[in-house]
Design a protein around this ligand. Structure first.
Ligand code: NCD
Length: 324
């Protein structure tokens, strides 16, 4: 049991991953990405690793997930760990009987002797609650509207694969900036590593980025600009990060009003630079047309694959003192 979330301070060993604010310096990112590249080589070379042989990873997901869930699962397996996955947290576990998150976390720890728990939950502070209840490290796989740290890390990894120099980047984030957790984590992480960053926030009226996030970014010497029209800023954009309207937080009528506000397609992308990338944490609904998928600037498929490498690196670095 821990009473606080520790900053990484140069090492991931036995740390929780709850917020990108745990990163204190660029060196931590470099270390993580070096190991992610090592994992990539193992996966591409079809070599199973044994870093986590004898270890057990438990996944506890209270919200739907495809990418995050399967990539953590595959990451554990590819490192030689076993894994535990309750079938459906809401209906098949004692959550349905009213058990608290803290008790469920403690139960999973005892019954499975898991060495690490990956948690996705609709509440903003769920990961913190789990950390306070658990003996083993907790990785947040998305907490409410607040944080999705591992998504931000894989996003940054994808950006740094495309741009060797991150200074002066112009990043445009479009969509539901009010409710999306990925954009919060990503923009906070970007300010840590990109000097001279410009962040353009494009959203429908009423779905603007929260004021406290904008203040946080501006306090850290980032230029933040708000737009309603994507066309206006697209020609200058190096990274276009598209997000879904977060339907689950809307009434059906409210959702219909904003659905389809932005659609990135081949026609629109004629206005963009030749050397730029389009990203999306996915799932997409209608924000990126499939007619753009084969464009070399479409980075969202390799972005998903990078999730596997980054999550392998994180699991290994959290559970082992040395990863080679
Ligand atoms: C995101 C999430 O769950 O926040 N998905 C993901 O993990 N790739 C984005 C979303 O659901 O829109």
């Amino acid at each position: 049991m821990r009473s606080q979330i520790k900053p990484f301070n140069g090492s991931f060993f036995h740390k929780d991953v709850v917020s990108v604010e745990q990163f204190t310096e660029r060196r931590e990112i470099d270390k993580l990405f070096k190991i992610a590249r090592l994992m990539k080589r193992s996966v591409e070379g079809k070599r199973k690793r044994s870093d986590l042989q004898g270890y057990c990873i438990a996944e506890l997901f209270y919200q739907p997930s495809t990418r995050t869930f399967t990539s953590f699962l595959s990451a554990a397996q590819r490192l030689g760990a076993s894994y535990i996955v309750p079938l459906n947290e809401m209906t098949d576990t004692s959550v349905a009987k009213g058990e608290s998150l803290s008790d469920t976390v403690r139960t999973l720890e005892e019954t499975t002797a898991a060495d690490l728990i990956v948690l996705r939950h609709p509440e903003d502070d769920a990961a913190e609650k789990a950390v306070f209840a658990a003996k083993v490290p907790i990785i947040s796989a998305g907490s409410g509207k607040k944080e999705h740290p591992t998504q931000a890390i894989l996003d940054l990894y994808t950006i740094s694969e495309s741009f060797t120099d991150l200074s002066g980047l112009e990043v445009t984030i479009v969509g539901d900036l009010k409710n999306g957790r990925t954009i919060r984590s990503l923009s906070k992480l970007l300010v840590l590593v990109c000097r001279g960053l410009t962040l353009n926030f494009v959203s429908p009226k009423g779905l603007e980025a929260p004021e406290e996030l904008v203040a946080y970014l501006k306090d850290r010497k980032t230029t933040v600009k708000g737009f309603n029209n994507l066309r206006e800023i697209l020609p200058k954009t190096d990274v276009l990060y598209v997000t879904r309207i977060q339907k689950e937080w809307f009434t059906p009528e409210e959702y219909l009003k904003v659905k389809g506000s932005y659609v990135v397609d081949r026609e629109l992308m004629k206005k963009a630079k030749k050397k730029m990338i389009v990203m999306h944490p996915l799932p997409r609904v209608d924000e990126i047309s499939v007619d753009f998928d084969n464009d070399p600037r479409a980075a969202y498929f390799r972005q998903m694959r990078n999730g596997l490498y980054v999550r392998m690196a994180l699991l290994a670095l959290i559970l082992k003192r040395q990863v080679k």
